[in-house]
Write a protein that binds this ligand. Structure first.
Ligand SMILES: Nc1ncnc2c1ncn2[C@@H]1O[C@H](COP(=O)(O)OP(=O)(O)O)[C@@H](O)[C@H]1O
Ligand SMILES: [Mg+2]
Length: 141
């Protein structure tokens, strides 16, 4: 499988003013190249939740969007930060370590990772005390 289109976006820690902008740009780009509405909705949900996680839980990172020659769409979220000490807990609906600032802005429902897993076709997390890489894939059909 070969990459036919690659884009990169930056996400900054605690940058609530821009939170969600990367997922909007990703959605616009995919819409422009003709990705179907159903898969687009799933990608938008996953991308938004993962972007917010970088803003509220990490020290910042980046998003890589790769479109493969078979139509698959891969999003990779790479951050520096504390990592996730207990992945099983983190994937439990309702579990959140979001701080008061994030909660006051309406984040921290603890549904991000469970929803990302639910809407994606492939889901992989690598995490360590120096950061986290989340890779999610979508079949464009
Ligand atoms: N990129 C990340 N870096 C560090 N911790 C994370 C990251 N993403 C998720 N987590 C941890 O996993 C928990 C669950 O994430 P999520 O389901 O998105 O819920 P929420 O973001 O609402 O807290 C977070 O509260 C946090 O402890
Ligand atoms: Mg979240």
């Amino acid at each position: 499988m070969a990459v036919i289109l690659h884009e990169e976006y930056t996400v900054s820690k605690n940058d609530y003013g821009n939170a969600g902008k990367v997922s909007s740009r990703v959605k616009d780009m995919l819409k422009k190249i003709g990705v179907g509405a159903q898969v687009l909705r799933r990608i938008a949900v996953a991308c938004y939740e993962a972007e917010i996680n970088l803003v509220i839980h990490s020290d910042g990172g980046r998003v890589d969007l790769d479109i493969m020659d078979d139509g698959d769409i891969i999003l990779t979220f790479t951050d520096v930060g504390p990592g996730i000490p207990d992945l099983e807990k983190a994937l439990t609906p309702g579990f959140s370590t979001a701080n008061d600032e994030a909660r006051n802005l309406g984040f921290g429902a603890g549904m991000g990772l469970p929803n990302i897993k639910r809407v994606s076709d492939t889901f992989d997390i690598k995490t360590s005390p120096s950061g986290t890489t989340l890779t999610v894939g979508f079949h464009n059909a």
